[in-house]
Design a protein around this ligand. Structure first.
Ligand code: SF4
Length: 158
């Protein structure tokens, strides 16, 4: 797995200060892809030591989000599991370009997941017609429960 860049963002995960890590080698091929360069296998290798350095260099974040990584989705889950051990309290999110059924990994290690390809005519998460979904993942029951938070991205009109 390789990453192209990182950025601290405030809207990608509601209520969180998130370190977004842009992962390359995207296999999804969304029809309206806004970042086609991410289909290439470019950037720096991302292993757990690199991940820890990125986090340690960004004090104050409350969440880490893997933006992509569909080519190695099990590794996303593994990173998230290890992060939970090293950084108790730090939340984790995965932005997948796949639909929910295809994106399925062990959600027990994640706090949030966004699923769905980008389709220009339907728009991103803040579009009322979006096909994408953003879920908060509750771990209170025996099995992880996905709670649809997509409405939190929608623009409201008064
Ligand atoms: S998930 Fe879709 S929009 Fe995102 S980089 Fe991959 S092809 Fe492009």
């Amino acid at each position: 797995m390789k990453y192209v860049d990182t950025k601290v963002v405030f809207r990608e995960v509601p209520d969180e200060v998130t370190l977004a890590i842009n992962i390359s080698n995207c296999p999804v091929k969304c029809p309206g892809c806004h970042s086609s360069y991410l289909a290439q296998d470019i950037g720096e290798p991302l292993d757990f030591d690199v991940l820890k350095k990125l986090i340690d260099n960004n004090p104050g974040i409350t969440c880490v989000s893997f933006m992509g990584g569909d080519a190695q989705r099990e590794l996303v889950g593994e990173f998230s599991r290890k992060l939970k051990q090293c950084y108790p309290g730090l939340k984790t999110c995965w932005y997948s370009g796949r639909d929910l059924e295809q994106a399925k990994i062990n959600f027990d290690t994640l706090d949030f997941v966004k699923v769905g390809p980008f389709i220009d005519e339907y728009g991103p998460l803040d579009s009322p017609t979006t096909n994408q979904r953003f879920y908060a993942i509750s771990h209170n029951g025996k099995e992880s429960e996905l709670i649809d938070w997509t409405h939190r991205f929608q623009k409201t009109t008064l």
